[in-house]
Each structure stands twice: as C-alpha cells, then as structure tokens.
Design a protein around this ligand. Structure first.
Ligand SMILES: [Zn+2]
Length: 129
C-alpha cells in the first residue's frame, strides 16, 4: 500500500463533496479500477496523481494530505545543475575586433571572455555564419 493508494481510499467518501456528482462518480470509478490494478501489483501512483490533479478541489485535498510534498515526478522537477549553464548546441564564437587571428568559442555562460594576446582587447562576439 503506497501513500497515494492509501490516500485514494481515504478520499473516496469525500469525492461527492469535493467534486460535482458526475465528476465524483467518474473519479470513484477510476480510483476503484486503479486500486484493483494496484492490488495486482501494478504501480498506479502516476495515474492516481493524474486523476487527482484533473479536479482542482481534489488536487488541493491531496496536496494538503501529503503535506504539499509532491512525490518525485520524472517528467518535471528533476533539477539539473547544468541546465542554466548551457547556451544550446552551438557555442558562441568570439574574435578579436582587429581580425580573426584570435578566435575563441564560449561554451558556458560561466566562461569569461578572454583578451586577444596580441592587442590586449576583449574578444567580441561574432554572428554565427
Ligand atoms: Zn587581436
């Protein structure tokens, strides 16, 4: 019995209060089917969450019952520390303003743009060609 299936059973008597009558019937039916699958050893947590979040009042109830700690969802919320650091597939090309004798590619926003060794000026971003 997972936290969510446990909650699904608790929420069933309250469905009529949280959702409309038709919606409550639909949810109760769907929860019943998922709980039967769960009893057969199928992981139904993801589908239970989808079901709960389809009705705002039910979603709030579930959020509160879970102490607002959303269980891990692989599709969103996985934090990648490098995500904000990458600028895309193509690195930006920098050249000395006096010519392309000094070329440098910026791969990460953390990289500091270097100076041209010959002219002691900062390299400038050139448009992709
Ligand atoms: Zn130069």
């Amino acid at each position: 019995m997972s936290q969510l299936t446990d909650l699904a059973q608790k929420i069933r008597p309250s469905l009529a209060l949280l959702a409309g009558e038709a919606e409550a019937l639909r949810l109760d039916d769907a929860i019943g089917r998922l709980l039967r699958e769960h009893a057969d050893g199928v992981d139904v947590d993801g589908r239970l969450l989808d079901l709960f979040s389809s009705v705002p009042a039910v979603e709030r109830f579930v959020d509160e019952a879970l102490g607002r700690s959303t269980p891990p969802q692989p599709t969103k919320g996985s934090y990648d520390p490098l995500a904000g650091d990458r600028m895309g597939a193509a690195p930006q090309r920098y050249e000395c303003p006096y010519g392309d004798h000094a070329v440098w590619h910026r791969v990460s926003l953390c990289d500091e743009v270097p100076l041209c060794a010959e002219h002691r000026v900062r390299l400038e971003l050139v448009a992709a060609r």
